[in-house]
Design a binder for this molecule. Sequence first.
Ligand code: NAD
Length: 298
Amino acid sequence: MDFKNITVAGGGVLGSQIAFQTAYKGFNVNLYDINDEALAKAKERITNLKPYYKADLGITDEAFEEGFKRLSFNSDLSEAVKDADLVIEAIPEVPKIKTPFYEELGKVAPEKTVFVTNSSTLLPSQFAEATGRPGKFLALHFANEIWKNNTAEVMKHAGTEQVNFDRVMEFAKAIGMVALPLQKEQPGYILNSLLVPFLDAAELLLVKEVSDVHTIDKTWMIATGAPMGPFAILDVVGITTAYNIVRAKAEATGKDEFKQLVELLKTEYIDKGKLGRETGEGFYKYPNPAFMEKDFLK
Ligand code: NAD
C-alpha cells in the first residue's frame, strides 16, 4: 500500500469514525475541520468510540490509545494536507459547502494527493472539475459505525483513472473494510439502489392499506429467510431519514400516495416522538421488538 499519510476533512459523525479507524489500522491521520471548536468536538466523538471498539471488536485500552496517538488535528487546510497521499472528504452533504472546499483543496494539496468523497447522495462527477484533478478523484463511501458495518463502496466517475481506483480499493481493505467496486457512477451506490426502492415499496403497501406492518415484515422474513423485514430496517435507518426521502419524492413526483405517506409518517410517528430504534419506538417497540419474538413467524 503506497498511501501512508491520510487526511480526513470533517470530523463529524462519519469523519471521526473514518479518522480513528484509519489511525487504528496504522496510518498517520490528520483530521481537518473548520475551527478549534469543531476539532474539540471531533476529539470527543473519537474518545466516545472507545467503548464500542472494546465491546464490538474486543480491543484493549492500549490498542485504542495507540491508534489515538497516530491522529493529529488541524484547522489550517494547507497544513493538514501538506504531506497527504489521500484526502477523505466527510464534510456536510451540501454542494455549496463541498464545491468551494474542493476548489481550495485542489490549490493547496500536493500534486500527488488523491481525493475521495464519502458523500451518500451527491455524485463525484459534480465536483470533479472543482478538484482540478478529476483523474485522482472518486468516491469512497462508508456506512455508519464503520468498525462493524464495514462496507466501503468504491466508485469511479467517468474521469477517474483506473490506477487511482485500484489504490483506493487497496487502501479500503488495509483499513479493515470489505471493498466493493462500482465501475460506473450510480446514485445511491449499490446498497441504496437496492434498499430505497425496497423500503418505498413496503411503505406504499402500508399507506394504501393493502396490509399491515407485521404482515409485510413477516412475508419478507419467511419467504427470504432475512432476519428483518422492511419496517424493522426502517426503525434502524430512523423515521426522520425515511420521512425526508419520502417528502422529497412527494415533491418531485406530486404523487398522492407519497403525499399520504408523508402525512402518515409525520402524524403517527414523528409528532409522537417515535423515531425508530434509537428513541425506543418506531414501527416496533425496543429493546424487545415483536419481530424477534419466537412466535412472530408462525
Ligand atoms: P456531520 O454534520 O456529522 O459532520 C460534518 C463535519 O464537517 C462537521 O464536523 C463540520 O464542522 C465539518 N465541516 C463543515 N464545513 C466544513 C468545511 N468547509 N471544511 C471542513 N469541514 C467542514 O456530517 P456526517 O454525517 O459525518 O456526514 C459527512 C459526509 O459523510 C456527508 O457527505 C454524508 O453524506 C456522508 N455520510 C454520512 C453517513 C451518516 O450516517 N451520517 C453515512 C455515510 C456517508
